[in-house]
Design a protein around this ligand. Sequence first.
Ligand code: DON
Length: 577
Amino acid sequence: MKLFARAKLSAAALATVTLVTVSAGFVETAPAYARAPSKPQPAILNASAVAVSDKYAADAAEQIFNEGGNAVDAAVAIAFSLAVTYPEAGNIGGGGFMTLYVDGKPYFMDYRERAPLAATKNMYLDDQGNVIKGKSLFGYYAVGVPGTVAGMSEVQHRFGKLTWKQVLAPAIKYARDGFVVDEALASRREEAAKDFAGKTNFDTYFGAMKAGTTFKQPDLAAVLTRIANQGAKDFYQGKTADLIAASMRGHGLITKQDLQQYKAVWREPVQGKWNGYDVITAPPPSSGGIGLLQLLQMKADLAPDFKDVALNSPQYVHLIAEIEKRVFADRAQYLGDPDFYKVPVAQLTDPAYIARRAAEVNPNQPSDTKSVQPGLGTSMPEKAETTHFSVVDKWGNAVSNTYTLNGWFGSGVVAEGTGIVLNDEMDDFSAKPGVANMFGVVGSDANSIEPKKRPLSSMTPTIMTKDGKVSLVIGTPGGSRIFTSIFQVINNVYDFNMPLKEAVAAMRFHHQLLPPNTIFWEPYRPIDGELAQQIEAKGYNLKGQDFSGDIQAIKINGDTPDAAADPRGRGVTRLIP
Ligand code: DON
């Protein structure tokens, strides 16, 4: 296997990190957000740019930019388009996070799903207190109250330049007139259908989806048209709400009351300073932003240990795994929905605390897992069911958005008469302390189930700026691999000076405390041969996983955007002059 030549750490990597953490407060907006008065902005880049998970969404974004839209308009158009053409993860039946940088200011929109009002702490346990396999993953009980439509409505009405109808138009067209299904989508559909067989109505809506053929979704076209005409109100209070509630009746927990009470919230993003850059990233209920800042700072704290260590060499893998161990120990213990549990954001991102954690890293051999965090976990294979897109416009605004159904096609439940695929986000709660979820991560009471609570996420839509100007927009799917993947690409770009496309394509690996001393590798760039032997000789077990993210990133070089779509996925990039 090809390894990158031994690279010296840049001077920047040796610089210290100062983290300025803004607590993730709850900033609720009025339902009808007044649009910010539009100031005429001079173009500062020679093109707008997108990195998105399929070509239909890129076309939608191009149309929106050509109509005079900004990055937020394009992002919302992409989100609705992917709900049609990338239905395994793009959604209006799920939720997510959006990090924005608009007119030189950072914002964060939390439109994560919430537990239904009837949810209970032990709803996935049997009489003996054991987790009932699959109950939080497949079928009606797995569904959280969706947030995507509310989130998109908030951001577009606050920051968009075009009309709401304009940004929905491309998605409506794809749903009504159809789009051509590619191989990857068809095979994901086939795989997912096996899990849902006998449990959901998935095949009624998606059974006919075949590679190379045009797939139309008339029910979804009708829903999107109603949303275009009536706004998010249709989804949460109108006919679409009635249809979702009717589908759930007798099967699942979500009622019309759940939909009526759903709120997307503006939160303060987590922010830190790293190597002269401002990192703007996801606050709780994501664990990702805190995780990413801890990873970045611990690596900077350990600069002397990383000196002359080649990228992806056995020693590099070891040091990164040591750092990741500590980050995942914190994740399991402290992280949950800040509206229900006081997440110690400031302490977790305090440079002195992180320096103390970094000092525990053993440069010579793996620390004993139990000494970092007690408890055992198992890990399931990783899947590709979330999706990320990055957008910048010529005026220097940026959007980093990650949204998800959780598993491929979520719960597999399609709300009758709507074509809306519903999520299985309830699996991101800790069904029982210490028992691992789909991503092999464990949690504590901080992430136990409660009505209206949001499950802990790893999604980490991130924007880096320097001197007030956007430098990098980045994110990926990958469950618990999300922030470790973003971390590696940021290292590749800034510490190893790799061009963006190479940085995204480079080998990635993952460690998450549990299972003990296990390094996960990916099929795209497997760890094998001599490298594998050397890593094993350091005391690690190697384990294959079937997925290691699908990074969509944009880097700004001077006044020119450079976009990269992960070669691991079917994403595309587009520059729109
Ligand atoms: O919110 C989370 O962290 C997960 N539900 C994301 C799922 C995901 O990224 C699946 N893709 N690999």
